[in-house]
Ligand binder design. Structure first.
Ligand code: NDP
Length: 372
């Protein structure tokens, strides 16, 4: 991971895009007559409508081309607003017809977590490239099947880890790689919020069959990602505890809170948390031999900040704010057009799912779990 991120960090900060073509990659570059690839969005929920659809306006390489939804009324209304042809509004039943829609190059899966694997594989069977939301899927077997389907189709698969395209997080990675903080010993990362049973977007999140887990898989994954991309290496051991408020009806199927620690091969440790029962927290701290960096918030949609403290003096780092969604979406289009591997391919999603399964096993068994 370190090598990829180092190349990617440099590329992003200098304005370029994808990581180098992976050796043995069998997905060719695609020559297209239009400079913008057509994207079909599957699932017109809260995240899609509030963040993703508006972000396409600034994209240089990507345009909205189709919607897939269970609500024809919503699909038609949003098609009108975003200039999508009404003929390119599909239902979940008619989705496979997208194979004949030459206007669509990429399918973006923004559905409840347990539906990611099915729609990713159906999109590959339809001959499209895929962007899939986090968490990639609800178990390792599903992740592996998704990766295999992409390879069989000769199409790209990227997991939508937006923080890896966000300028403050890129700047933090850069300053760590440049050795500004000395060797990194500790990462402390917290991602918390309150789940609202009245919000439809939160209702499936507390149903295990749809979500695959609680706060860990939904937002603890940002703490896990931060630890991995800051250290630039893979954890070798995890230790975890889960907790839920007794008799809180929101948490009968999934955990409210998770605390987990990760051991890294270079001698670093990460202490991470997630909760569905607290005020909003989206932050991490990176503590090194010579200084520390603090991002608070670190993974908000906008308004992230980076503070660096060295030699007793702390200062805010000026980092240009960019649209992380636009950057992420255009990154996949660029990789498809240039025949390169995305920075966050399916294998990156599988790594997180594997580690989160080990975190659950550690909490269940009451002992640390080694990762091989
Ligand atoms: P929502 O509930 O708001 O949206 C999910 C949409 O999926 C629904 O609106 C619906 O769209 C469709 N859907 C199809 N079947 C079902 C079903 N059985 N139950 C519920 N919805 C269904 O959730 P979010 O938009 O918040 O999350 C969607 C995905 O995006 C998740 O994987 C989540 O982890 C990810 N996400 C990522 C974020 C990030 O920052 N990267 C932030 C927020 C979410 P329709 O009515 O069109 O059929």
């Amino acid at each position: 991971m370190q090598g990829t991120l180092a190349v990617a960090a440099a590329a992003t900060l200098s304005g370029a895009g994808c990581s180098r073509k992976r050796e043995g990659s069998d997905v060719a570059a695609e020559a297209t007559s239009s400079p913008k690839l057509g994207w079909a969005i599957v699932g017109l929920g809260k995240f899609t409508t509030e963040q993703l659809l508006p972000a396409f306006a600034q994209c240089q390489r990507s345009r909205l081309a189709a919607f897939v939804t269970g609500s024809a009324e919503k699909g038609t209304r949003l098609a009108g607003r975003y200039g999508v042809d009404e003929k390119s509004v599909y239902s979940y039943q008619t989705f496979d017809k997208i194979a004949q829609d030459r206007n669509v190059d990429v399918v973006y899966v923004v559905l409840p977590n347990s539906m990611h694997a099915e729609y990713t594989q159906r999109a590959f069977r339809a001959g499209k490239h895929v962007m899939c939301e986090k968490p990639m899927a609800i178990n390792e077997a599903e992740c592996s099947a998704m990766i295999a389907a992409g390879k069989a189709a000769g199409k790209r698969l990227m997991i939508a880890y937006r923080a890896q395209f966000e300028s403050h997080n890129r700047a933090a990675i850069e300053l760590v790689r440049a050795g500004e903080l000395g060797r990194i010993k500790l990462v402390i990362a917290d991602h918390c919020r309150t789940i609202d049973p009245k919000d439809p977007a939160d209702q499936w999140r507390v149903r295990r069959a749809l979500s695959g887990g609680g706060s860990l898989v939904d937002i603890g994954i940002y703490s896990l990602q931060a630890a991995r991309y800051i250290f630039g290496e893979e954890p070798t051991e995890v230790s975890a505890q889960l907790a839920s408020t007794p008799s809180d009806p929101r948490f009968t199927e999934v955990e409210e809170s998770a605390l987990f620690s990760l051991r890294f091969p270079s001698g670093g440790l990460a202490n991470c948390s997630s909760s569905y029962g607290t005020t909003n927290v989206k932050r991490y701290r990176v503590i090194g031999e010579k200084g520390y960096a603090e991002l608070d918030p670190a993974t908000a949609y906008e308004g992230n900040t980076l503070r660096v403290a060295k030699g007793g003096a702390a200062e805010a780092r000026a980092v240009p704010a960019t649209n992380q969604f636009t950057a992420e979406i255009d990154h996949l289009s660029e990789c498809i057009q240039l025949g390169k591997e995305p920075r966050t391919p399916g294998e990156e999603g599988l790594r997180d799912v594997r580690i989160m399964q080990a975190i659950y096993a550690s909490a269940r068994e009451g002992k640390s779990v080694k990762l091989t």
